[in-house]
Design a protein around this ligand. Sequence first.
Ligand code: ADP
Ligand code: MG
Length: 882
Amino acid sequence: MIKNPFTKNSLVTKYQKLINQINCLETNLKILNDDELRVKTLNLQKQHETTSNSNSLIAESFALTREASSRSLGLRHFDVQLLGGLVLNSGKIAEMKTGEGKTLVATLPAVLNALKKKGVHIVTVNDYLANRDQVSMGQIYRFLGLNTGLIQEGMSNLERKENYNADITYVTNYELVFDFLRDNMVSNIENVVLKPFNYCVIDEVDSILIDEAQTPLIIADPIETSNIKYVTAAEITNYLEANIHFKIDEKNKNITLTQDGSKQIETILTIQDLYDPQDPWIPYIINAIKAKALYFNNIHYIIQNNRIIIVDEFTGRIMPDRRWGEGLHQAIEAKEKLPIRKSTETVASITYQNFFLSYPKLSGMTGTGKTAEIEFEKIYNLSVEEIPTARPNIRKDFPDLIYKDQFSKWNAIAQECNNISRNGQPILIGTTTVEKSEMLAQLLNEYKLSYQILNAKPENVRKESEIVAQAGKKNSITIATNMAGRGTDIILGGNTRFKTQKELYTLLTLVKNYKKKRKNNQIFYLFSQFKGISQKFCSVLFSLIQATEFLALSDIEILKILRENDRISTPTISYQCSVKFLVRELLLFNKKHQKQDNKIVKNLGGLYIIGTERNDSQRVDNQLRGRCGRQGDPGTSRFFLSLDDTLLRLFGGPNVQNFMQNQLFDDSPLESNLITKSLNTAQKRVEERAYEQRKNLFEYDEVLNKQRRTTYFERRKILESESVRNKILEYGEQALTEIIKQLKRNSRLIDSTLLLSRVENLVGKNVRILKDLPAVEKPKELKKKLFSEFWLNYYSKELELESYESDLIEILERRYLLVHSDLIWKEHLQRMTLLREAVGWRGYGQRNPLYEYKEEAYFLFRELQITLRQLIIYDLSRSSIL
Ligand code: ADP
Ligand code: MG
């Protein structure tokens, strides 16, 4: 029974029966040996095919997973974890606080949904976490006879395929989506790496489905663009005046041309139509005006080494790797008379929204989901369930302290660090940018405090996790940007596993070097530091340093062995076993000390979290707070703010401005309801805005998504089918029908000369039968004749080609189909982007831009299909071996 205060929770009531059932099964499973448990899993798989009673299946599978976990990892799922697992299995989001053991929770629905043998994906935010979770949780799955896969950056296609073939695969969102896009670009079915989707659990689901879902994922090729258009457009802006030639919409960062404006530009350029699809000027012009009227140097961007570098509007952070899309970046380069860098052309793209919606069953977990509940429901159809914590949360969240300016705020933070750290309580300070982290570090230097500083760059993920894991050690001060070390557990008193790895690394490398230099005294000194460690540890270490093979290893190689040590691989060299043994022994030794350290830090009040600025969303603030107070630990959080923080400045509204003007205050902080309220409103405003943007992105991508699905579906059929002959014949017939339709549309009677030339244009000059076709022929008859003529034609083409090589025609058919559909799809993507912009401009009439977009997108797609059929038939009819 899940105890108070949760018994009143309706979620618990709903699942209590099932949880009881799982608990009941436990006693029966306890008496089975390991092999018998495995047989149970096999039986469950069979049962899965026949049974309709899914509840008994769920209970059995959950109970088995729990037992396997107890035996393999020594971790027994708590009842609240079972509850989390049940929520995940019902295709929802489980909100479970940091440290509640979500990694372990995911194993429950993973095993259950893997019974179908159709694969389960567990998605994490970075390679390090995917690896960590697969290695540890893999032991449970292996115990049950299920295999696991892991996808990491840089893996070959073959490795990916093997790993996706596993029962349960750990992968990052990024790798997964790009694998999907690449799978839809391959020319051989063998190279497809993903199986059809079945079930997916997304860890840190808010980070992936919300924070990262602001822009689509794109595979792009660089292309040559006409720089001259950018330059000319920039020049033209000198002859245009705001409110006469164009109107500015500052809030939406948009420009509309007036009629006078359009005329003026057409006269200067001596062109007929700005919007001419063959030679479109309008995107260049609009971007040039935007660049001039809405984007300013040193505010929206800075110029560095002849490049335009974007400055994030909310955080003030520079973003060197990003470029504004759709030609805006080039337009600003032209305005500033800088070299214009190549644009890229999208060859495939998808949004996270549509990607994850393609799973038949989707679920997610996070510590902070409730505040984004509406978005999860509306866009992903995922409801959020709050899972009670295993132990009550006793973290203290102190009210915000507000300072008059940045100077007093940061000084107060440094002072607070100094005061708090005096008695050794560990501190974690969250900042919004790397620059601010560094500035604070300078201040801490003045107090002679030592600290660790982390910046969330992807290449540092592993190192940062190690540091964050130690952020709960006595006396430690850690400065970290929001994302740094996310997903890593901060254990009070320090993390033994990381500590052990680090100690052993230092020990082994030092011992090795001393041995080489014959400094035996030093070696004895090192050993003496591990007072109380087992005799066996020392003897293994001694024999290790006698082995010349070991002494020849470089430090990096030692590090690698230590890290690989947590991967369970068959050891190839003898010292791997020895090192493994050393790790185990030292871990045991350290664990004894950890208990004491843990107690000490708990007595100091646990981890102290300092927020230095409210983030754009309350969810991110909560994430920072949630880093302390895990599993019923003590902990404190406090935000230090200033009246000129970006969020307040931009979105605080007039109340805050008045407040600032009317108050004369010194360096001491104030607690003001008005300011706290304004901050909450400001956050809401920013969140709403971001949500609107994502919703907008999603609604537009949905239109494209239907087309993408059709295109990818057709493409896959081509790859999979033995022969595509029927498809070709079908295309030919459709292409001919379209010709007839078009001619009929233009005049009541079909002009036979015109018909002949069109058909010849399509299939070549061998069309005999047409010569004596009467102009009045009924379309039906006409079609019949044309079709049979086409078949004959095609048949003779086949014979001709087959006389050279037996399956040549097959190869050609498939190749033409793929090449053309890829090319046409790529062109379609560019057209859709243009269309997206165009409807934006048109939006100023009474028309609804999304509706217009849908409508035109439909026509464009139909056109795409017609062109595709014509192109393929055209090429195949003309293919010859000579
Ligand atoms: P979360 O992702 O929810 O923040 P983690 O999955 O990182 O939490 O787990 C936090 C810690 O809790 C880990 O050290 C893990 O080993 C431990 N843990 C999880 N479940 C249990 C359990 N049932 N019993 C004991 N320890 C557990
Ligand atoms: Mg986690």
